[in-house]
Design a protein around this ligand. Structure first.
Ligand code: UDP
Length: 326
């Protein structure tokens, strides 16, 4: 297969490319390098361009297409930033995706796997979130992804565009061969921040955002899912679209929740050291608990996470952060 990976220089996109190449797919990466890294593009050509620039997309599809599948990761993805800068989020995530969809339709491409998020659910009313739960996002990031999910329904009805939205819970971990991994500037995610606080010592103190959430230890609970398990789900979603005609959405997580303090304790086991932290104010837009029920992905896609132990997941990230190559 020839697969276009939009946002393939980023954290999830680069792991996606490695997995596609490992099964002999041809990979073309398109990325504006705003948060991605050219060094992470190792399994196919990198076309530098922006989904906000329709001309970039038109030349991409005409010069490098046709593609058997498009996987779209390009997005702004920080909850707190989206509360401060909603315009940036609606522009990049909604308008950028609209450009992608229009270009796909104009050039006869009909299969898309789209990065969505648990943030579409807002504050859930159940412990394990399945696809029947109402989507009521509480921040512009989640809202922007919900808008695209809705667009994809309409685009299927009107233009026959087939799609799978994959709603990631908390993507984490790194390539077990440590060739690529997570690198954001600035880093906002929990596991890299914990590990960096160890590597950087007093220079980067670990902060825990909020201690009064209605959870057993007062810190937020999340479902941490390994990056390669997420990548695998995209491959299965692409296969699914070969024999299913619709606009689908699946939740992807391990089904186990860990509080921030539990993740810190697990990281202490992995690194064999204690981790100092200080409690800070809660972050804007953070719901208390987000844990997936991923049964539908198992039934429909045949997807089951391989990494279901938080320490093993953290160990892959630790291996990467100790020897980051970009
Ligand atoms: N968090 C924290 N300290 C950090 C980074 C994150 O306490 O340095 C908390 C954050 O408030 C949330 C959880 O860890 O409750 C997971 O945050 P992350 O940014 O990794 O993912 P998100 O849930 O926002 O997608």
């Amino acid at each position: 297969m020839k697969v276009l990976v939009l946002g393939g220089a980023g954290y999830i996109g680069s792991h996606m490319c490695k997995m596609l190449a490992s099964q002999n797919d041809t990979v073309i990466v398109f990325d504006n390098l705003s948060t991605g890294h050219a060094e992470a593009v190792k399994w196919g050509p990198l076309i530098v361009g922006d989904v906000l620039n329709k001309n970039d997309l038109v030349s991409l599809f005409s010069e490098h297409g046709p593609f058997d599948l498009v996987i779209h990761f390009c997005a702004k993805s920080l909850v707190g930033e989206s509360v401060q800068h909603p315009a940036t989020y609606y522009r990049n995530n909604v308008m950028g995706t609209l450009n992608v969809l229009e270009t796909m339709i104009d050039t006869g491409h009909d299969k898309l796997v789209f990065s969505s998020t648990a943030a579409v659910f807002g504050v859930p009313k159940v412990n394990l979130i399945d696809e029947s739960q109402p989507r009521l996002p509480i921040n512009p990031y989640g809202q922007s992804k919900k808008m695209v999910e809705d667009m994809l329904q309409d685009f299927h009805k009107a233009y026959g565009l087939k799609s799978v939205c994959l709603r990631y819970f908390n993507a984490c971990g790194a390539d077990p061969e440590a060739e690529i991994g997570e690198r954001h500037e600035p880093e906002t995610h929990l596991i890299p921040n914990i590990l960096k606080s160890i590597l950087m010592g007093a220079e980067q103190q670990m902060k825990v955002f909020g201690k009064d959430y209605p959870t057993m230890d007062g810190t937020c609970i999340r479902d941490y899912i390994h990056i390669n398990d997420l990548a695998k789900a995209h491959i299965l979603a692409g296969d699914y679209l070969s024999n299913h005609d619709g606009a689908y959405a699946f939740n992807l997580g391990n089904g186990n929740g860990f509080s921030v303090l539990e993740v810190i304790a697990a990281a202490e086991q992995v690194v064999g050291n204690t981790i100092a932290y200080k409690i800070e104010e809660p972050r804007a837009g953070d719901p208390a608990v987000l844990v997936a029920n991923a049964n539908l992905a198992e039934i429909e896609l045949g997807w089951k996470p391989h990494y279901n132990d938080i320490q093993t997941i953290i160990a892959t990230a630790w291996q990467w952060h100790q020897n980051e190559t970009f």
